[in-house]
Write a protein that binds this ligand. Sequence first.
Ligand code: HPA
Length: 239
Amino acid sequence: MTAHNEAKKEDIAKIVLMAGDPLRASFFAKKYLKNYKLVNSLRGMLTFTGYINDLKVTVMGHGMGMESIGIYAYELYKFYDVDIIIRFGSCGGYIKELNLFDLIIAEKAYSESNYGLGFNNEINDTMEASRDLVEKAILASQKLKFMQKTKIGKIHSSLWFYTEGFKTQIKDYVDKKIIAVEMESYALYLIAKTLNKKALTILTVSDNLITKKEIKGIERQKGFIDMFELLKEIVTNLN
Ligand code: HPA
């Protein structure tokens, strides 16, 4: 147990799937896990452990932002001996070619954050997902015939959801070959690298900052089903 996680060590699987919203994690767990049980609810960060095709899997919320995911991911890797974390979340498109409901396999995450100062003074502004997980995600997308709406690329782990008088333009990010924005993966990849563990993020495009389109209300729930199926397919091929 840690200050932020009351689960017993044996109740956390080696593979953990994480969503920012604990209710989304809960929805996934109840839909896809067999014989699941709630193993942690501190701060409402609902955590379930169960089985996907006989593979033990934990599904957990991680909150918003790098500081939040950083705490949970570090503890999972370091104190619960977790090997793999796959984050599934939403993102905003930075290029008009990204349609709502498109899927992104985030092979790289950029951030202007100095988060790495706490991790061996890492100064690299771009962190990478585990290559074998990226490959497995691509294979899973191919198998599900999702490739047409799947993009593999670099995302921005932003420090800001709201800004005022922000000098940087989306164009500056696009010049760095960044296609979409979320707020967590840079920290996740950095911590995985530091602790010699594996990490990947897959995302659904929930809004587009160029076209100003966004998924609203009930569509938001339906819209994530393809990502859930992709996630299940990736996990199925992990053993
Ligand atoms: N910004 C940051 N994170 C996000 C966004 C966004 O526009 N959309 C979904 N997650």
